[in-house]
Design a protein around this ligand. Structure first.
Ligand SMILES: Cc1cc2nc3c(=O)[nH]c(=O)nc-3n(C[C@H](O)[C@H](O)[C@H](O)COP(=O)(O)OP(=O)(O)OC[C@H]3O[C@@H](n4cnc5c(N)ncnc54)[C@H](O)[C@@H]3O)c2cc1C
Length: 364
């Protein structure tokens, strides 16, 4: 089987590695224009997903990720009032990795394989030329190319008018395994530990009526800093936030993948986790066909859509619901809103359910 993957981000590389592990030939098409390196992006990967990643993608070593054992959620409204606590006494909740590190490791692993061919995208890359190569499957993770614009335009989209500002700061060494999210008047500010003396921050801020300068971001970090003795804050980057959910996952033998299928608000750190769960589904469908000696053809895409689309739709809506839920107080001016949330947060069964959904998706 010959598979073509267009795009060379985390999604494409992780999927490519899973397929070449099955001895499937993969051609990766990459853009030659060098992207600006963003060193302040980090990704939280759920426990269940990291286990899958290690087993079916590649064995990422301990030195490259950092354990999170507890999550604390605060509202700034009643200063420092703790709304939710998530912790699992026996186990880690999730793991933090630096995007850039994961990207470099994945790329190195993929390029080692004799089943991979890397092809630079040139002006002649169009559907006709791709068809000439007779690929069994074409998988596209680039939301901006000719394939996305021709086949994958029917989607439900939402602009949050939010910008995510990301940064990393160095601080005095502490035991650093608790992630903290503070719901401020401008939006959530998440403190995500990545080592004993480094923590990443994601401020997802409402920018409808106000734009934020770097010094205002630093001020916001300092104001909501839960416990750190900060030495320096560096590499502030920003990303416009929107969500989109594709209605149809494939056309002919072309499949959309990753953020092109579902882009979500990062407040729960679940975007790439959804993609890892998609890779798991896709991988199992292919492995079943291989085990049964069946031909690997485009029926795989139909099976994938059938198994993944509804779960992804519900999950994306769930994330949007959380975003809107925490906005209710501002919109409706509900008094005692934080107290209501606190009461909900005390319910252990509810907390355990949220932990499971974040770990495994809707697939409990
Ligand atoms: C602020 C923010 C925080 C997020 N936090 C989480 C989280 O905690 N957990 C989670 O599951 N999801 C999270 N996400 C979602 C996650 O980042 C995306 O789902 C995922 O990165 C999409 O991967 P991709 O393959 O589309 O492209 P990416 O890997 O993000 O790359 C985008 C483009 O940049 C290029 N590129 C990337 N890295 C490099 C590099 N080092 N050198 C050269 N080129 C490069 C790629 O070629 C690609 O074209 C977050 C998203 C945002 C905006």
């Amino acid at each position: 089987m010959n598979v073509c993957i267009i795009g060379e981000g985390l999604t494409s590389l992780a999927l490519a590695k899973n397929l070449i592990n099955k001895k499937i030939n993969v051609h990766i098409y990459y853009k030659t224009k060098i992207q600006k390196k963003i060193t302040s992006r980090t990704i939280g990967i759920s426990k269940n997903n990291l286990e899958f990643f290690k087993k079916e993608i590649f064995e990422i070593t301990k030195i490259n990720y950092w354990k999170i054992k507890k999550i604390e959620i605060y509202s700034q409204k009643i200063k420092n009032e703790n709304i939710f606590n998530f912790n699992n006494e026996k186990d880690d909740l999730f793991y933090m990795v630096k995007n850039e590190r994961l990207y470099e490791l994945l790329k190195k692993e993929v390029l080692k394989s004799k089943f991979i061919k890397r092809i630079a995208i040139n002006k002649k890359l169009n559907e006709k030329n791709l068809n000439k190569k007779n690929y069994d499957l074409i998988i596209n993770s680039d939301p901006n190319n000719f394939i996305a614009k021709k086949y994958f335009t029917k989607k439900i989209e939402k602009n949050y008018f939010n910008v995510a500002y990301t940064a990393i700061f160095k601080h005095k060494e502490i035991e650093n395994n608790t992630a903290v999210q503070v719901f401020t008047e401008f939006g959530p500010v998440a403190f995500l530990p990545i080592s004993k003396n480094e923590t990443s921050v994601v401020c997802s801020l409402d920018t409808k009526s106000k734009k934020f300068s770097n010094s205002e971001i630093i001020e916001l970090i300092n104001k909501n800093n839960p416990k750190y003795v900060i030495k320096n804050i560096f590499d502030i980057n920003s990303f416009n936030l929107s969500s989109s959910v594709l209605r149809k996952y494939y056309q002919k033998n072309i499949l959309a993948f990753g953020d092109l299928l579902h882009r979500i608000h990062p407040l729960a750190g679940q975007g790439f986790n959804m993609t890892i769960r998609d890779i798991k589904i896709f991988s199992e469908i292919i492995q079943n066909k291989i085990d049964l000696g069946l031909q690997l053809d485009s029926s795989i895409l139909k099976d994938f859509e059938n198994q993944a689309r509804n779960k992804n739709f519900m999950f994306s809506n769930g994330i949007d619901f959380i975003y809107e839920f925490f906005n209710l107080e501002k919109k409706l001016k509900i008094r005692n809103f934080t107290k209501i949330l606190k009461a909900v947060g005390k319910n252990n069964n509810f907390n355990n359910l949220l932990i499971k959904i974040a770990d495994r998706g809707i697939n409990l």
